[in-house]
Design a binder for this molecule. Structure first.
Ligand SMILES: [Zn+2]
Length: 425
C-alpha cells in the first residue's frame, strides 16, 4: 500500500504503465490522490508539474482498476470442487449432490463461516474490491468489519419455489423481509413465474439489483419452451413438480424471451451465466439495458458450455465476470477467469477482458462512480500489479496479453485500501 496519507495531502503514485481505460495505456504514468480520491491522471511529467509539492511513490509494473467479482456464493465456500465432475454426470446430478451435502449438515456452521471468511480474504488478496454474493441463509451473510478494509460484499438473499405451496411460503417470507435485504431469484427452472415477477417488482421498488441464474445450460431451453427434459425430470424426482409451474407463464422461445415477457429485464437486472443464448436473445438483452455476468470457470467444471462472449461484445454488451463458488469452480480466482476467457475466445481484445473483470462488474452493481477506471473523482482503491513477465514486456500489446493470459501476478498491492460505499441503489 502507498502508505497512510495525511488529510489534505496530495500523493502521487507512478508506474511504467497505467491502465486507466479512459485512454490508451499511459507509459510512465502517474496518478495523483487526495483524501481517498483520484485528482490527476496522466504522464508522470504532467502530473508532477501540476502537483509539484507532493509526495511520490514509485512502483514498477502496472497500475490498474480493482477487480469486481460479480457472482459468488460465499456460503458454499466450504464445498470444494477439488475432483473433476464425471463427464457423464449432468448439471442436476451436481445440484442433487450439493443439496444432499447441505441437507445432511456435512459441514458445521462454524466451518461454513471460516471457509467464507477465508474466501473473502483470498478475493481481497487477488485484488477484488467488491463481491456480488448470493446466499440462502441470512445468518451466513458475512461482512468484513468496516475497519478491516476487505472487499465490500453485496449480499443477495436467494428465493425459489416450484410448487404452489413453496411460492406462497416465499411470498410470506418476502413480506416480512427487512427492506435493507436484497431478495433475488434462483433460476427459471426452480422459481415459478409469479415469484420471479414478485421479486423483480420488490427489487425495482427498493433499488436492489435483481440477479438471476439465466440460461446456464442448454437443458434449460427445453424446460422453458416445452416443460420437458432434465429440469422437469429433476423436479419430478424431488417431488416438487405439481403440474402448475407454468400456469401463469407466457409461451416463450427461450429464457431471455420468457424473462422479457415477464417484464424482468431492465438496467438493474443481472443475468448470470448466459451460456445458452442466441443472437436474438442478446439483441433483446442489449435493448433492455440488462447486464450479463459470465462465469467461465464454473461453466467448464459443470460441462455447461461456453458463453458466447464474442457475440455479446458484438451486441455492445460487455459482460461482467464472476467466479461462482468453489463448489463449482476449483479455482475461484478472477485472474484465472480472465485466462479462461482469453483461451476460450482467442479473438477478443485483451483490454475488453480486463474491462470485464473490473468496469463491467462495477457498472452492473452501480459502483462506477467509485471503481472501474483510473479517472478523476474515482476511489483511490486501485491496484499495483507486477511480475517478471510484466517487467519483460516491451509493447502495450505484450503487456495486455500478459495481464489476461498469465493468471494471478506475483505481486498484487492496493494503492489505497477500499473504502466502504453504501450498497448499490
Ligand atoms: Zn451461481
Amino acid at each position: 500500500m502507498a502508505g497512510v496519507m495525511k488529510k489534505g495531502e496530495v500523493l502521487i503514485v507512478t508506474a511504467p504503465w497505467v491502465l486507466s481505460f479512459d485512454k490508451p495505456l499511459i507509459k510512465n504514468g502517474a496518478v495523483a490522490l487526495l483524501d481517498g480520491r483520484i485528482v490527476g491522471v496522466g504522464s508522470e511529467h504532467k502530473v508532477a508539474e501540476r502537483f509539484s509539492t507532493s509526495v511520490t511513490h514509485r512502483y514498477p509494473g502496472v497500475l490498474l482498476p480493482a477487480l469486481v467479482n460479480a457472482h459468488m456464493h460465499l456460503e458454499l465456500s466450504c464445498f470444494n470442487a477439488d475432483t473433476a465432475l464425471d463427464a457423464n454426470s449432468s448439471f442436476t446430478d451436481w445440484v442433487e449432490d450439493l443439496l444432499q451435502k447441505r441437507a445432511h449438515n456435512a459441514v458445521s456452521e462454524k466451518d461454513i463461516r471460516i471457509a467464507a471468511e477465508r474466501q473473502i480474504e483470498k478475493q481481497f488478496e487477488s485484488g477484488v474490491v467488491f463481491i456480488g454474493d448470493i446466499g440462502n441463509i441470512p445468518e451466513f451473510f458475512f461482512s468484513p468489519p468496516a475497519e478491516s478494509h476487505l472487499p465490500q460484499v453485496y449480499h443477495m438473499l436467494e428465493f425459489l419455489g416450484s410448487t404452489h405451496d413453496a411460492v406462497q411460503n416465499s411470498f410470506k417470507r418476502l413480506e416480512n423481509l427487512p427492506v435493507t435485504v436484497a431478495a433475488v431469484a434462483h433460476a427459471p427452472y426452480s422459481t415459478r413465474p409469479e415469484l420471479l415477477v414478485k421479486i423483480k417488482e420488490r427489487c425495482d421498488r427498493l433499488g436492489h439489483i435483481f440477479s438471476v441464474h439465466t440460461s446456464e445450460t442448454w437443458d434449460e431451453l427445453s424446460f422453458i419452451t416445452s416443460q420437458t427434459g432434465l429440469f422437469r425430470d429433476f423436479l419430478e424426482k424431488r417431488g416438487t413438480w405439481d403440474g402448475e409451474f407454468f400456469r401463469n407463464a407466457p409461451e416463450s422461445s427461450s429464457t431471455i424471451d420468457y424473462f422479457s415477457r415477464l417484464g424482468l429485464l431492465n438496467a438493474k437486472t443481472l443475468l448470470v451465466h448466459c451460456v445458452s443464448v442466441s443472437d436474438q436473445d442478446l439483441a433483446v438483452v442489449q435493448e433492455s439495458g440488462a447486464k450479463i455476468c459470465v462465469c467461465p470457470g464454473s461453466n467448464a467444471f459443470l460441462h455447461s458450455g461456453v458463453a458466447p462472449v464474442k457475440t455479446m461484445l458484438d451486441y455492445d454488451i460487455i459482460p461482467a465476470l464472476g467466479t461462482d463458488s468453489p463448489a463449482s469452480n476449483p479455482q475461484p480466482d478472477m485472474w484465472a477467469e480472465m485466462q479462461r476467457v482469453a483461451a476460450d475466445h482467442p479473438g477478443i481484445d485483451a483490454v475488453m477482458i480486463l474491462k470485464m473483470a473490473t468496469q463491467a462488474g462495477a457498472k452492473a452493481f452501480g459502483l462506477d462512480a467509485h471503481y472501474g477506471n483510473i479517472s478523476l473523482g474515482k476511489a483511490a482503491s486501485f491496484l499495483h500489479v507486477d511480475s517478471k513477465k510484466i517487467n519483460n514486456c516491451k509493447t502495450d500489446k505484450e503487456l495486455l496479453n500478459v495481464l489476461v493470459k498469465s493468471g494471478k501476478p506475483e505481486i498484487i498491492q492496493w494503492i489505497q485500501q477500499p473504502l466502504m460505499h453504501s450498497q448499490s441503489k
